[in-house]
Ligand binder design. Structure first.
Ligand SMILES: [Zn+2]
Length: 79
């Protein structure tokens, strides 16, 4: 999948899209230290177990184990 997308496009999107903004559309994120923490939009999350690293532009859920970059998130959400 990732190999089909030109690196130039990936770089362009990375510069324009902040993963905090994208995930912030689905769940409320609270900044904790270097990371953002919020309820996971991928499963029925009762405790905020989703952590987002703004520097690396990746997310990681400790409950359901989903993780990845903003591209993975957009693909999953848009089907
Ligand atoms: Zn989750």
């Amino acid at each position: 999948m990732a190999g089909k997308i030109p690196q130039s496009f990936v770089d362009e999107v990375r510069q324009k899209v902040n993963i905090i903004d994208v995930i912030g559309q689905y769940t409320e994120l609270v900044k904790r230290g270097k990371q953002y923490n919020g309820s996971c939009p991928f499963h029925d999350d009762h405790h905020p177990s989703l952590f987002v690293d703004e520097t690396k532009q990746v997310y990681n859920c400790f409950s359901c184990g989903r993780s990845g970059s903003v591209f993975h998130l957009l693909w999953k959400k848009r089907g």
